[in-house]
Design a binder for this molecule. Structure first.
Ligand code: GDG
Length: 465
């Protein structure tokens, strides 16, 4: 069996001690690496004064990780710059927040070269290379320049934007062309794959060759591979001692009220302000039941180096304060808004204690929280998922109460319906979603992707000769 090399911007290998606070993606990638013994390569999260290309190699819970340090300028131009101020907002349909700065683009190219130069000597002839996410789109091109002929796959965790949005990016042709140095390009959903195909067919005069795409003189396989969670592990974790403890704390604090929860990185794509507005609308229009609920929003801060994130944090502070100011009583606060990060088993307990989950991103590649919530429910008394139609997960979790996250009325209406839903309907909806998250779990995702990449015949060798 070929070795697998996973490349991602950050390497967040779990310690295996059960005290994980890393996200679902990190768990998914380390599961993949344990299965196909291999290597996880990426940025260490540390900066150095002068880039040396020196590798830090260690073993973490059965996974070999190799990381490199980057310069402060790299961090500003590549990570905070092009990745998080240009591609992230644009691909999440926030053209208003998208910064087009030449130095960001240059830093992005430079760091991708640095990744390639450091990684290339570690690659053995039969290795499969799996590159993750928008930070590293040009990596295959840089590796090919260095003579790497291995099968290389790319997986995009975030949405691929509509054609008319993509063309607003200066240098979009070059960026898209670099995806044709991969053998396989994977998306979360069929919609995103189609958006990519539409760009290639219209903008790059590409053609479909069977289910492959041909453009820029190369052929690439494209596919939709919806990411999953480790549903079995999550369901187990929800019954763990620590999860029970958290569950009991939650139950005691809600004092027989219905708990509504949201769990998201503090990011403008997650629709937090709109969600708060939806909850406020619910409180304002349902005076008879409003004291029976408590909304807990867990939102660990992220990307604090980017102004848009500082701004949304300030706005949410004031919004939660305003809602509490308006509706709270001496013995009850409707909103509990927390910026702390919790352990995964504690989160599982919180999910299980919740009657309703509000997962209402404005755009989201997939959204793992929706799937984790489903996996953690008590089968005899499951909670209700309210889901944005703009989350990739909406494609699979069709029994959720679907909402347009831009409409406070729809969110409020769905909340009312969820809180009143009888047990038999809750069980029926949940059971189908649970079947889906269990069948299309993280292992199925990994096997489908790695299987498709392994099946690619040596196209680059063939084309080069
Ligand atoms: C990208 C795409 C796509 C959150 N708070 C805590 C915590 N989390 C964990 C959740 C979940 C993960 O973080 C967040 O996953 P998402 O899917 O919502 O989102 P992104 O971080 O935006 O990730 C997304 C994903 O990649 C995978 O392809 O679904 O669309 O944007 O696992 O549980 N984890 C812990 N403590 C917290 O307080 N331990």
């Amino acid at each position: 069996m070929s070795r697998l090399i996973v490349v991602s911007n950050r390497v967040n290998a779990p310690t295996g001690k059960g005290d994980e606070t890393v996200g679902g993606l990190a768990m998914a990638l380390s599961a993949a690496l344990r299965e196909y013994s291999g290597l996880w390569f990426g940025w260490s999260g540390k900066t150095t004064e002068k880039f040396t290309g020196e590798l830090n190699v260690e073993r973490c819970d059965g996974v070999t990780v190799a990381t490199l340090d980057l310069e402060e300028t790299d961090l500003n131009e590549y990570y905070n710059g092009y990745a998080n101020k240009t591609l992230w907002p644009l691909f999440h349909y926030r053209q208003d927040l998208t910064a087009y700065d030449r130095s960001y683009g240059e830093g992005y190219e430079r760091v991708n070269q640095r990744f390639a130069e450091t990684l290339a000597p570690l690659i053995e002839p039969d290795d499969l290379i799996w590159v993750h996410d928008y930070h590293l789109i040009p990596l295959a091109r840089e590796l090919r320049k260095l003579g790497v002929k291995n099968r290389i796959g790319f997986y995009l965790h975030i949405p691929w934007p509509a054609h008319q949005l993509m063309v607003t990016l200066p240098g979009h042709q070059k960026l898209v062309q670099s995806l044709f140095d991969y053998d396989l390009v994977g998306f979360q959903t069929a919609d995103y794959r189609q958006a990519f195909e539409e760009y290639v067919l219209t903008e790059a005069k590409g053609v479909m060759v069977g289910s492959d795409l041909r453009a820029f003189g190369r052929t690439v396989k494209v596919g939709a591979f919806p990411i999953g969670v480790d549903a079995a592990e999550f369901a187990e974790m929800a019954k763990s001692e620590r999860a029970w403890r958290t569950y009991n704390v939650m139950m005691a604090h809600t004092a027989f009220r219905s708990l509504i929860i949201g769990v998201d990185r503090l990011d403008y794509s997650k629709g937090l302000e709109e969600r708060f507005a939806g909850f406020e609308h619910f409180l304002a229009h349902n005076p008879d039941v409003r004291r029976e609920v408590l909304f807990l929003q867990i939102a660990p801060v992220s990307r604090e180096g980017v102004e848009a994130y500082q701004e949304i944090r300030a706005r949410l502070d004031s919004l939660s304060g305003r809602i509490n100011g308006e509706f709270a009583d001496i013995d009850w606060n409707p909103v509990r808004y927390v910026n702390k990060t919790y352990r995964r088993d504690e989160l599982a307990g919180v999910y299980r204690a919740a009657r309703v989950a509000l997962v209402t991103p404005l755009r989201d590649g997939m959204n793992l929280v929706a799937k984790e919530f489903v996996a953690a429910q008590n089968p005899d008394d499951p909670g209700v998922l309210i889901l944005s139609r703009f989350a990739g997960a909406a494609d699979q979790l069709k029994q959720a109460l679907m909402v347009n996250p831009n409409s406070p009325e729809e969110i409020a209406e769905a909340l009312k319906r969820a809180l009143a839903m009888d047990l038999s309907e809750r069980v029926a909806r949940w059971a189908q979603m649970f079947e889906n998250v269990t069948r299309e779990d993280v292992n199925a995702w990994r096997d489908a992707y790695v299987g498709a990449l392994s099946d690619v015949r040596e196209t680059h060798t063939a084309l080069a000769s």
